[in-house]
Design a protein around this ligand. Structure first.
Ligand SMILES: C[S@@+](CC[C@H](N)C(=O)[O-])C[C@H]1O[C@@H](n2cnc3c(N)ncnc32)[C@H](O)[C@@H]1O
Length: 399
C-alpha cells in the first residue's frame, strides 16, 4: 500500500469515512500507522534505543542503517525529509487527518473488528496522533509569545525642516517604524537578567520619541553632524533599534548608536536582536557602577537615553556618575523611570531627584548634571506590567 518508511499524505491515503463499516482490520491499522509515522516520527535516539532492545546495535552504533526516517545520508533522503517536512506543515492535510481521526474515534463501534481490545488499540493510536497535534500547537504558541515581539511606532517627521529631511521623508505623512525583536527566555535562578524582556517604559519612550522627535532634539540642527547616542541598560535594545530605524527619516544618517548593558546574557540577546534587525547599532558592555570608557565609549555622547533603569536605591547615583562621564557639553540625558508605587520599589520613587540634587564627584569644570525638566507620563492600557502606575520622564543636562 505504501513504500516502507515513506508516509503518504492523509488526503491520498486515508480511506473515505463513509467506508468505515466495510474496512478490513489491516486497512484501518495501516492508515493509522501511516499517520503515526508522518506526524509522530521516531527520533534517532528513540530508534537506536528500540534497536538496542532488539539486540541489533553493537558498541553504540547500529549494526545496519536505521530506517528512522531521520538519517539523511544521501540526497534522496534529504529530498524525502524536505518533502515530509512540507507535508507535516500543510494545514489542509493536517485538518483532513484531524477530521478523519476524530470521526474514527466517534464511530469506532461501526468498525468491523471482532475483538474489543482491537477497538481500544484503534482509539489509543488515533488519540496519540491527535494529542501530538495539540502538543505541537501549544509549543508553537508558547515559543512565539515568549520569543518574538513586534512593535510599531508612528514617526512624525513633520517638525523637521524640509531641507533637512531625507528623500524618504519628503512628505508630512507619518512613517511607520517597525521593530521586531526577541525577548530572551527568563531563567528562574538569575534574578538579574531582567533585561531579557522589553519593559513598558522602553515601549512608551520609543513611542514618544517617534511622535515628536524634535522635542527630544532629534533634528539635524540640534544634533549637528555625526551625533553619538548612547543607551544605558538597553536590555533588548528596543529604544536603540527604534532610533536606528527612525533617524534616517529625520535626515540623520550618520549617527553612531551604541546600546550598552552590563549583563552577559542580556548583551548576547541584544547582539542577536541587532543582527536580526540588521541595525547599525553597536552593542557594548557598560556597568554604571564601574564604567570603563574604552572604545566605542571613549568619545562624549550628544544624547544619553535610558528606560526603566532605576529599581534599586543605588541605581540613580550610579547613573548620575556614569552619565557625568559620558555626556558631552550641551548633551542631554533622557531618563524614563518606571513608577512602581507598591512593594519594595516604593523606596526608589524619589531617588532620581535626590541623586541629582548633589553633584557627581566626577563632575568636571565645576559643572554637574541636573534635572532640567520632569514630566509624569501616564501608563498605557495593555503596555507594561500591572505593578507599573506610570512613568517619570527626566530631561537631564549640565547645570
Ligand atoms: C528593567 S531592565 C530595562 C531594560 C530596558 N531598558 C527596557 O526598558 O526594556 C533594566 C536593565 O538595566 C540593566 N542594568 C542593571 N544594572 C546595571 C548596571 N549596573 N550597569 C548596566 N546595566 C545595568 C539590566 O541588565 C537591564 O537590562
Amino acid at each position: 500500500m505504501r513504500p516502507a518508511g515513506h508516509p503518504l499524505s492523509p488526503t491520498s491515503s486515508l480511506p473515505p469515512l463513509r467506508s468505515l463499516p466495510t474496512l478490513t482490520k489491516e486497512r484501518i491499522f495501516s492508515a493509522l500507522e501511516n499517520l503515526h509515522e508522518l506526524y509522530c516520527p521516531v527520533s534517532l535516539s528513540r530508534a537506536i534505543e528500540s534497536q538496542l532492545e532488539l539486540g541489533k546495535v553493537h558498541d553504540g552504533l547500529p549494526a545496519r542503517q536505521l530506517d528512522s526516517g531521520y538519517v539523511s545520508e544521501n540526497e534522496d533522503d534529504i529530498d524525502l525529509e524536505g518533502a515530509l517536512d512540507a507535508l507535516r506543515a500543510d494545514n489542509f492535510e493536517r485538518n483532513f487527518a484531524i477530521r478523519w481521526l476524530t470521526t474514527l474515534i466517534a464511530r469506532v463501534e461501526e468498525l468491523p473488528l471482532n475483538e474489543e481490545d482491537e477497538r481500544e488499540r484503534v482509539v489509543d493510536k488515533a488519540s496519540y496522533v491527535l494529542a501530538s497535534f495539540a502538543k505541537a500547537a501549544e509549543e508553537d504558541e508558547e515559543e512565539d509569545s515568549r520569543l518574538t515581539r513586534e512593535f510599531s511606532f508612528m514617526l512624525s517627521p513633520s517638525d523637521t525642516p524640509d531641507f533637512l529631511k531625507s528623500p524618504e521623508s519628503d512628505t508630512n505623512e507619518k512613517i511607520k517604524i517597525d521593530v521586531r525583536l526577541h525577548d530572551g527566555s527568563h531563567t528562574t535562578t538569575d534574578h538579574t537578567d531582567v533585561g531579557l524582556q522589553s519593559w513598558g517604559a522602553s515601549i512608551v519612550f520609543s513611542d514618544l520619541l517617534c511622535a515628536s522627535p524634535a522635542r527630544f532634539g532629534l533634528t539635524r540642527s540640534t544634533l549637528g553632524s555625526s551625533p553619538r547616542i548612547i543607551e544605558l541598560g538597553a536590555g533588548t535594545g528596543l529604544v536603540s533599534l527604534a532610533l536606528d530605524k527612525a533617524l534616517p527619516h529625520l535626515g540623520i544618517s550618520d549617527a553612531t548608536l551604541i546600546a550598552t548593558d552590563y549583563h552577559p546574557a542580556v548583551l548576547a540577546n541584544l547582539r542577536s536582536n541587532i543582527a536580526l534587525t540588521r541595525a547599525s547599532v553597536k552593542a557594548c558592555a557598560l556597568d554604571w557602577s564601574d564604567p570603563i570608557l574604552e572604545a566605542p565609549l571613549d568619545a562624549p555622547a550628544d544624547v544619553l537615553v535610558a528606560t526603566d533603569v532605576v529599581y534599586a536605591l543605588e541605581h540613580a547615583v550610579w547613573l548620575r556618575d556614569c552619565a557625568t562621564r559620558l555626556l558631552g557639553p550641551g548633551g542631554i540625558f533622557w531618563l524614563m523611570m518606571t513608577v512602581r508605587p507598591n512593594g519594595r520599589f516604593e523606596a526608589v520613587i524619589d531617588s532620581v531627584e535626590k541623586a541629582f540634587l548633589r553633584a557627581s564627584p566626577d563632575a568636571a569644570d565645576g559643572r554637574h548634571l541636573t534635572i532640567l525638566a520632569v514630566e509624569n507620563v501616564a501608563k498605557r492600557r495593555g503596555v507594561g506590567r500591572g505593578d507599573e502606575s506610570g512613568y517619570k520622564l527626566f530631561r537631564i543636562g549640565w547645570a
